[in-house]
Ligand binder design. Structure first.
Ligand code: ACO
Length: 340
């Protein structure tokens, strides 16, 4: 790659990890006052995967990252930045999960850090990777979205425990001079006015660990579900319309629309607003639930492994999460198609 020509960021590879254990709607019927019918109708979710007790966010991130590095035709030594999007890190203060993942992958003396943008984390990470690469600072960035969401879910609260699952996804974003491989656009934004829509009240400086925290269950995720739902549909639709308009690409030219997998009704409403055909819209929420920052890379991995996503094809990513945060990206898949 020449450094005198313009340098672009390209999406070279994808990997994911899904934990073995399955929590089905029928299992949840035995735990809280709910039904498979209610969950399916309101969310589209049939089952979600949960990490084992001794399986941590970094373990899942490592498994996804190993695949992504190998599929990019690289080794750990080629990676010069490791970033991990997560709101369920191994440790809430330090060390970062990115540092632990780097160590487990044998990546040493390389910049590594976590960042929190909830479900928008992976696409936020793409914007960070793009900036580092286009500024010439880095060449191969490992972007990971990994969550052990089950660690912050109260399995006696039916309004949240039906929604979330665990998992990880990772991508290698590399420098290229080939404009055809380049990211077209990434847009990430936030509005803290809605910070109370999705909150994990503890641990943190507002609620340090105490008996009161445990007695009141403040370590668990709390969500204003209905308000979040309405804002998600509105924001996701607006954001994706804007990125398509700005880049003069009609929605019918998008082969792979990959929205955040929180609720099938949200996905359907946004797809319909964009006049997308069913085959353009990627849906994995029925089998993984909402895996927060891992949701989009897990979905990309699914369509890559099944042979649906091929080299050069355009992806439109669209996500929304706690913060509130949202982000969209328009980019070709620059890696090789899966060998089938
Ligand atoms: N089983 C049965 N009944 C339930 C359940 C359940 N699991 N959960 C709630 N209910 C009941 C409620 O108690 C309520 O009963 P009431 O009318 O007697 O009071 C009724 O069902 C309706 O509740 P709503 O909360 O209004 O249901 P809604 O249709 O909004 O669905 C849901 C709830 C699925 C959570 C939906 O609001 C949603 O998906 N919200 C968006 C989530 C999202 O997009 N998150 C993205 C970001 S996530 C992140 O960043 C980590």
């Amino acid at each position: 790659m020449s450094t005198t020509q313009p340098v672009y960021a390209s999406f070279k590879s994808i990997g994911a990890y899904v934990p073995e254990k399955i929590l089905s709607n029928e299992d949840l019927e035995k735990m809280v006052d709910t039904s498979d019918e209610w969950i399916t109708k309101r969310t589209g979710i049939k089952e979600r995967h949960l990490a084992a007790d001794d399986e941590y966010t970094s373990d899942m991130g490592v498994k996804a990252a190993k695949l992504a590095i190998e599929r990019a035709g690289l080794t750990s030594e080629d990676i010069d930045l490791v970033i991990c999007a997560t709101v369920t890190p191994d440790y809430f203060n330090m060390p970062s999960t990115a540092c632990i993942i780097s160590e487990k992958l044998g990546i040493r003396n390389v910049q590594a850090f976590d960042f929190a943008a909830a479900c928008s984390g992976f696409v936020y990470g793409l914007s960070v990777a793009k900036a580092f690469i286009e500024s010439g600072m880095k060449k191969n960035v490992l972007v990971i979205g990994a969550e052990k969401f089950s660690s912050i879910v109260d399995y006696t609260d039916r309004s949240t425990c039906i929604l979330f699952g665990d998992g990880a996804g990772a991508a290698v974003i590399s420098a290229t001079n080939n404009k055809k491989e380049a990211f077209i656009d990434v847009h990430a934004s936030a509005d803290g006015a809605y910070a109370d829509f999705l909150v994990t009240p503890a641990p943190g400086t507002v609620n340090p660990v105490s008996q009161k925290v445990l007695d009141e269950g403040l370590q668990y995720v709390q969500m204003k579900g209905n308000e979040t739902f309405k804002l998600a549909v509105k924001t996701l639709t607006k954001d994706v319309k804007e990125i398509l308009k700005k880049n003069d690409i009609p929605s019918e030219e998008i082969p792979h629309f990959i929205p955040h997998q929180a609720n099938y009704r949200i996905i359907k409403a946004v797809g319909d607003a964009l006049k997308m055909q069913e085959e353009q819209v990627v849906v994995t929420v029925h089998k993984y639930g909402n895996t927060s920052a891992a949701s989009i890379p897990m979905a990309i991995n699914d369509i890559w492994e099944s042979g649906r996503l091929k080299q050069g094809e355009l992806m439109l990513l669209d996500t929304f999460g706690g913060g509130l945060t949202w982000a969209s990206a328009l980019l070709p898949f620059a890696g090789e198609s899966a060998q089938r």
